[in-house]
Every structure is written in structure tokens, then in C-alpha cells.
Write a protein that binds this ligand. Structure first.
Ligand code: NAD
Length: 541
């Protein structure tokens, strides 16, 4: 215990740099991009003190230039995975006993490294690995990641300060212990910040981690590990094992000391993992914490009083930024008949203006989708839409994977509110519009609420306050992040804690104290100063 109650800097959101032509930040990130493009790297496994380059490795390639090799990453085998668990457990006691101010300093230093000397590197690696344009990389890899860490420290300090009341002659203390065991972190391709935070959040609370990153984020995963190491995260606290997710999960989830899953990815994978955990329950020393943020089928509902330009911009940004590969991306749109044509015309005009290509060209708004499987899936839905009688392709509909996985942003219009692209998460730049009669807004809201299994994000756009109040109530459970007169994407740490319910996840709100609370197991300590020495109570005299 330290001799002092320390306070921490009030966190502020990291300012987003603008990368205008000629700016220092633009020159620096482009030079770093070129350097990383031309100098292949090998990503090892990080197991305790060791960095192991395996014989069997897989290639890393930019989605927008898939014939180019950026390097290789290591593929873990059974023994590596067991070693990673052993390495985590070996440092557990030391790490959870380290005073919070030192754990806090480590992650605050990591945030300053991200915002400072590593900014160009983490952005460039995200542009290359995940095909993000510079704006998307900056708001994710630099700003959101730094925000997660800085706000995390402030939330953790608040949690530790929450203590029970004291009784007469009694001192009550709540000690926020780390979980007993290790945490398994599984991360998606689409946000470098999410990958980093899924490891950092439990680690900040004193937990040790076995991390399995996405195969499609390995270049930026390496930069995350470099930053953690330089910031002073001790070896063994965060162990990275890449490779076959089924092999890794089978070993990790069968371990007695598995204490929690911190997952972000698709719904089906999460459901399978939870089932596996349930089946192994009698193996574990503790009931594991299961935290998962998963898929979405996010909506925009415009009322006939909506401002038309607001709707056009919300669909354009919310639906197509990062090629629709945000869990929060708008993909089903409900438009009132009286203003639908004007909105659709505006969106089509925007789509026609999109510049598409490599993120190295900073004019590009649209880059490639993540991999061939995603490309092929999107092509399947687009081709099906061209044939189906109840849907019309209004814009886009073309694609090309010869050099990179490019899918032209596509706008569909359907007369069937249950058409497959209104219900299924495609995770790409395909947006479907359904038009309703202005007077039927109330029944259409019911449709919004019941169409999809998901409940992640959604937006309503209107000027009419009575409608806004009604819709907010009717859609209470339709979205964990609900937006009024805005797009449903772009949550900022500290401002809009993020997560959804129903099939979208456990809604533990990444970037808030609610998430950090899942990684502690409080111990109540009651100390009696002058203990009783007679079992009888006064009424017995
Ligand atoms: P994914 O489910 O394909 O992969 C996520 C992670 O799970 C990867 O590390 C992958 O290797 C691993 N994985 C895959 N199969 C597995 C298995 N059988 N066992 C164990 N692990 C397995 O998802 P993705 O394509 O990387 O990311 C896109 C998905 O993530 C979308 O559904 C999106 O909505 C969701 N997502 C949700 C949020 C959120 O906050 N709700 C945020 C980002 C992404």
C-alpha cells in the first residue's frame, strides 16, 4: 500500500489531427507508411520474456494491394498456447500486487507514446493492415486508443475510491482484486484501439492476459505490443498468441484458471465460445466473466420532419465510412415517402463523388474491404440483389479484386422490409433503403424494433419533438447506443460509452467504468477494533 491517496489527470479526448496537404503529420505518416510498406517484418509470438518466431508463418498483405507482402506472423502450436498461459500465471501475483499508481503510470505512458512518438507508426500500420484512410486510422489507432487508456485510468481510480460506509467500532474496506486466474482476449480486425483496449482494460485492473488478435490486424498488433513494452508493461502480463482460433480457444477454455473472456467480433463466434465455456464450467476454479461486443444491423429512421441534408450526411458517413466495416455502421434505412427521393438523390450524388483506392492517396474516402472472404460475400449479396424482384440497385453494384478487395459503395432500395440485406449483417459498403408512408411512422418503428436480432446502434432524425420522445421510448431496447439527429457511428470514449444488447453483446460498455468493473472481484474486509467478548445480547440480561 502506498503512503498517499493519489489523484490522476482529468482525461481529455486526444485532439484529431487534420493531415492537410503539407502538414508535418501528413508528411510523417506517409513516410512511415512507405517505410513499413517496403520493409517486411516478422511478428513473433510474445510469451513471457520470449519473442518466438515460429517456423510455420502466414503472410500479411494490405487489403488494397493484396499481392504485396508486408511480412509474416507466427502461428502458435499447442505448446506455445500452454506456455502463454503459464507465463501469464507466473507474473500474476506480482502484477496484481503492484500499487495502482504504477500500473496507472504504465498505461498513461502508453497513451502518451501513442499520441506522440508512435502516432505515425500506429496510424501507418492501421492504414496498411486494415486499409483505413488516414482520417479513419487517426480517430481509431491514435485518438481512441489513447482515450481508452487515459479514461481507463480515471475510471479505475473512481472505482477504487468507492468504499462502503463505516460502522461504529468497525472499519469496512472494499479491495478490488483482479480475477483469480487469467483473462482471454480475442479481438476483431476493424479497430486497432479495440484490440489494444481489450487487453489493456483487464490488465489495468491487475489481470494477466492471453491475447489472440485477428489474422487481419497483425501488423498493427505488433505495434501495440511494442508500445506496451516501451511503456513498461512487464513481460508475461500480456501474451500474444496468433494462429488457429479454434486450436487456441480449445486449449485456453479448457484451463482451470481461465477467469474471463474479453471478446469483440462476430455474434456467431461469440455464441460458440460462450457455449464452450458453459460446457467446461465444472473445470474452472471460478465462474468466468464473459464480456462480448458483437455484430449489428444498425438503423437510421428519418421522420418526415427531418432535415434532408442531415439525413443525407448521416447515411453517407454512417453507412460508408471505412467501407461500412464498423459494427456501428448504418445499413438499414427507413425513409418517409414525402422526402425519400430528395434524400436518395443526395446520397447517390455523394457516392458518385467518392474517390476510391489506396489509403496512401489521402483524397480517398473509400479503400478496400478487409479480405477475400468478405469481398466474395458482399459480391454474392450484390449479385443476388440484381436478380431479386423486390430490390433495386440505385448506386454502386460493381467490384474488382484484381489488385485489392474493392467493392463500390452500393445503395439498394427494397419494397420488402424483411429483405435479407435489411436483416443480415454484411459488414461492408452496402446500404439498403425501405420507404414507408409518412402516416405509418408508428407501425414502421415497430418494424425497426423487431426486424433484426441485433440491438447495437441506431439513429432517428426528426425536428418534431413529440416524435423524438415517442420513438426514443418505442426503440428503448432496439439499440445500446441511440442517436438523435446524428449518424449512429463514431462513438467517442468518455462521451458515448459503447455497446449493445440482444444478439449484439453483453453491453458492458467499452470505454467506461462499467467495463472495468467486470475485471475485478471485490473483497470486503471488515475489521472490528474492540471485538465482543460475550456472546449474549443486552435483551438477554
Ligand atoms: P470475427 O468474429 O471473424 O473474428 C473476431 C476474432 O475472433 C478474431 O480474432 C478471430 O480470429 C476470432 N475467431 C474467429 N473464429 C473463432 C473461433 N471459432 N473461435 C475463437 N475465436 C475465433 O470478426 P471480425 O471479422 O474480425 O470483426 C467483425 C465483427 O466484429 C462484426 O460482426 C462486427 O460487428 C463485430 N464488431 C463488434 C464491435 C462491437 O463493439 N459491438 C466492434 C467491432 C467489431
Amino acid at each position: 500500500m502506498s503512503n498517499g491517496f493519489f489523484s490522476y489527470p482529468k482525461p481529455l479526448n486526444e485532439p484529431v489531427l487534420n493531415y492537410r496537404a503539407g502538414s508535418n503529420e501528413r508528411n510523417e505518416v506517409l513516410a512511415t507508411y512507405k517505410n513499413m510498406y517496403s520493409n517486411p517484418v516478422t511478428v513473433p509470438l510474445y510469451i513471457g520474456e520470449e519473442k518466438i518466431v515460429t517456423e510455420k508463418r502466414a503472410n500479411m498483405a494490405p487489403p488494397h494491394d493484396h499481392k504485396h507482402v508486408l511480412g509474416t506472423y507466427s502461428l502458435a502450436e499447442k505448446a506455445h498456447i500452454e506456455d502463454a498461459i503459464t507465463a501469464a500465471l507466473a507474473v500474476k501475483s506480482k502484477w496484481e500486487s503492484m500499487s495502482f499508481e504504477h500500473r496507472a503510470s504504465i498505461f498513461l505512458k502508453a497513451a502518451d507514446l501513442i499520441a506522440g512518438p508512435y502516432r505515425a507508426k500506429i496510424n501507418a500500420s492501421t492504414m496498411l493492415a486494415q486499409s483505413k484512410n488516414i482520417f479513419q486510422a487517426e480517430i481509431d489507432a491514435a485518438c481512441e486508443f489513447a482515450d481508452f487508456l487515459r479514461f481507463g485510468v480515471a475510471f479505475a481510480a473512481d472505482i477504487y475510491a468507492q468504499q462502503p460506509i463505516q460502522g461504529e467500532g468497525v472499519i469496512n474496506r472494499l479491495e478490488y482484486r483482479a480475477l483469480e486466474g487469467f483473462v482471454y482476449a480475442i479481438t476483431p480486425f476493424n479497430f486497432t484501439a479495440i484490440a489494444g483496449n481489450i487487453c489493456a482494460a483487464p490488465a489495468l485492473m491487475g489481470n494477466v492476459i492471453v491475447w489472440k488478435p485477428s489474422d487481419h490486424q497483425m501488423l498493427s498488433a505488433k505495434v501495440i505490443m511494442d508500445i506496451f513494452e516501451e511503456a513498461g508493461v512487464p513481460a508475461g502480463v500480456i501474451n500474444l498468441v496468433s494462429g488457429d482460433p479454434v486450436l487456441i480457444s480449445d486449449i485456453v477454455l479448457a484451463h482451470k484458471n481461465f477467469a474471463g473472456l474479453h471478446f469483440t467480433g462476430s455474434t456467431e463466434v461469440f455464441k460458440n465460445l460462450w457455449t464452450q465455456i458453459g460446457n467446461n464450467l465444472s473445470t474452472y476454479q471460478n465462474y468466468p466473466r464473459v464480456v462480448g461486443e458483437t455484430g449489428g444491423k444498425d438503423f437510421i429512421f428519418a421522420h418526415h420532419t427531418a432535415d434532408i441534408s442531415t439525413v443525407i450526411t448521416a447515411i453517407t458517413r454512417g453507412g460508408y465510412e471505412y467501407q461500412g466495416q464498423k459494427c456501428s455502421a448504418a445499413s438499414r434505412i427507413y425513409l418517409p415517402a414525402s422526402i425519400a427521393d430528395a434524400i436518395i438523390t443526395g446520397v447517390i450524388e455523394n457516392i458518385k463523388c467518392f474517390s476510391i483506392g489506396s489509403p496512401e492517396d489521402m483524397n480517398n474516402f473509400i479503400t478496400a474491404v478487409i479480405h477475400e472472404k468478405s469481398f466474395d460475400k458482399l459480391v454474392h449479396y450484390i449479385e443476388q440483389a440484381k436478380q431479386d424482384a423486390d430490390v433495386e440497385v440505385l448506386a454502386g453494384g460493381s467490384y474488382d479484386k484484381s489488385a485489392g478487395y474493392f467493392v463500390h459503395p452500393t445503395l439498394l432500395k427494397t419494397t420488402n422490409p424483411h429483405y435479407t440485406t435489411m436483416e443480415t449483417e454484411l459488414f461492408g459498403p452496402v446500404v439498403t433503403v425501405y420507404i414507408y408512408e409518412d402516416s405509418e411512422w408508428e407501425t414502421t418503428l415497430e418494424l425497426v424494433n423487431t426486424t433484426s436480432e441485433y440491438a447495437l446502434t441506431g439513429a432517428i432524425i426528426a425536428q418534431d419533438r413529440v416524435f423524438i420522445e415517442n420513438a426514443s421510448k418505442k426503440l428503448r431496447h432496439a439499440a445500446g447506443n441511440f442517436y438523435i439527429n446524428d449518424k449512429p457511428s463514431g462513438a467517442v470514449v468518455g462521451q458515448q460509452p459503447f455497446g449493445g444488447s440482444r444478439a449484439s453483446g453483453t453491453n458492458d460498455k467499452a470505454g467506461s467504468a462499467l467495463n472495468l468493473l467486470r475485471w475485478v472481484s471485490p473483497r470486503l474486509i471488515k475489521e472490528t477494533l474492540v471485538p465482543a467478548t460475550d456472546y449474549r445480547y443486552p435483551c438477554m440480561d
